[in-house]
Design a protein around this ligand. Sequence first.
Ligand code: DX5
Ligand code: ZN
Length: 215
Amino acid sequence: MIAPSILAADFANLQRDLEMINRSEADYVHVDIMDGLFVPNISFGIPVCEAAHRHATKPLDVHLMIVDPDRYLEAFRTAGAHILTVHYEACTHLHRTVQRIRELGARPGVALNPHTPVEVLSEILPDLALVLVMSVNPGFGGQKFIENTYRKVERLAALRQASEADFLIEIDGGVNAQNAALLSQAGADVLVAGNFVFSAPDPEATIADLKKKTR
Ligand code: DX5
Ligand code: ZN
């Protein structure tokens, strides 16, 4: 599956870019929320998520790169989040946060920074709908893919197989036509792509190409 990140869209033409995603073979719309604290960058917030929800026909996959995300779970759910992903590194009581996301009617995801081993999630994997493996340090689009990600995805896929868990494995950062097939072979289900899609001459065809590589 493919989740184009609107962080790389033209914010002055967000409706146009969302309509491109609607027409495309994309499965989700990836929405990157950055607070300038958990990550060194500020992206956009709840009103933009609401606006995306009004125009998107695909489910919103909301990636919260914010400290203490519990404060905003309900607001993002009301703003249309279908998947709500919080960072492992930003949650003291991750189990409670995950239950809260489910109570709100969203699908819970947990994201891991590049330095965080997948094994830290072993006790909570059965509660998750998605694990997001960061393949760059979060905060900016257009960064270089970290090669160690393949090993992490393989280990996470092995944990999934060995357990009752049934979560999607999502990769975020530096995804392109070179690494898409390898990631999918390693066990990834959803690939986020920002710059690779939106800086292409034909973003819609680029989404279709990426999708072919994951089949
Ligand atoms: C990075 C974000 C990513 C970003 C990916 O912190 O979480 O979702 O938009 O952008 P690219 O595909 O350009 O690396
Ligand atoms: Zn993201």
